[in-house]
Write a protein that binds this ligand. Sequence first.
Ligand code: CP
Length: 406
Amino acid sequence: MAAHNKLSDWLRTENISQAEMARRCEYDRSNFHRLLSGKLSPSLVLAARIERETNGAIPAVAWADLPSPTDTSHAGRYPAGGSAFPHRHLLAIGQLETHEILYLLDEAEQWVALNRQSQKHADRLAGLTIINAFFENSTRTLLSFEIAGKRLGADVVNMNAAQSSVKKGETLIDTAVTLNSMRADAIVIRHGSSGAVALIADKVDCPVLNAGDGQHEHPTQALLDALALRHKLREQGREGFNGLVVTICGDVLHSRVARSNVLCLQALGARVRVCAPPALMPAGIEAMGVETFLGFDAALDGTDVVMMLRLQSERMEGQFIPSPREYRHLYGLTMERLRRCAPDAIVMHPGPMNRGVEIDSDVAELAGQSIITDQVEMGVAIRMACLDVLTRRERGVPGWSEGSWA
Ligand code: CP
């Protein structure tokens, strides 16, 4: 018998209404009705809730339409329990093993599914306090960490550095010690100085997540980029990153996104090219194992994925480019240039975009090829996965309390 019929029978036997079951499963009532009539498949999260609420009478595996277990079940793919991700903090992609990156991507899949439902709430972090301390401007990262924490049921507080005592001369360390004294369960930090987040991590008692530190790293950006790319590649019938040619173009010199992405994409098996004007190409970047290009057209030849970067004028002292107009002429991603890439090449940009400078609007919005809005969507799921995984030891999740940090 199909799972939806079994569930209908179970509800009748137990004398529980559909509306009541939908409420218990934190799920939309009308969609639950569609589920019971076999017109809808549950997400993994909903299937797990049904299993819980039926005391195992309708196990999650009963729903034959659930995504392949290889997408979401970790059994045998990773070291057990806390050994799957033995890090107290998330400071840099450079500190992670490939299997740890894959673990976070796989963990995020359940949150992608949840976030696509009308009811997006889970209570996994209920009772926890998460502080987002952003010493630099942000739209995507700050909001997605806030949404991620709230969807997981945590109390989320945003510290706006512009209105904080930092403006009265308080040191970074004193600020960190102050946040720590408030017994935060996780602190998310963005700071303009490379290494500042690691400095804070050393002074506090809870997990610290790097939301971008200077020109160093932006690990959750690289993870969300990898997740968005994985989804698109699967849609194109391609499994895995092996041999994929990714070109990162723009202000590589000032970009923490470029650095984290080079490390992440290479760990997953991609070949990474970086392209920038001479003044914006970091000296010695070849040591990271990338191919470098000063000319954009040559870099695009045979490219499967093109990731554009913004000119980070806030980090530039002096003149790095002659003019935005000339920059677009040489390094802007136009429709004409996109045709130099492999057919159906995927277009990415971490945002914020400067349309008409590093990327034209028609390319940024190119249906079927641009995944820029998917990147934003995946940002919430990745940050939910990171907050969940990093707080497991403190929450006493079985199997996550033993062992020492990597
Ligand atoms: N990509 C990114 O970090 O964007 P925000 O600066 O808006 O957070």
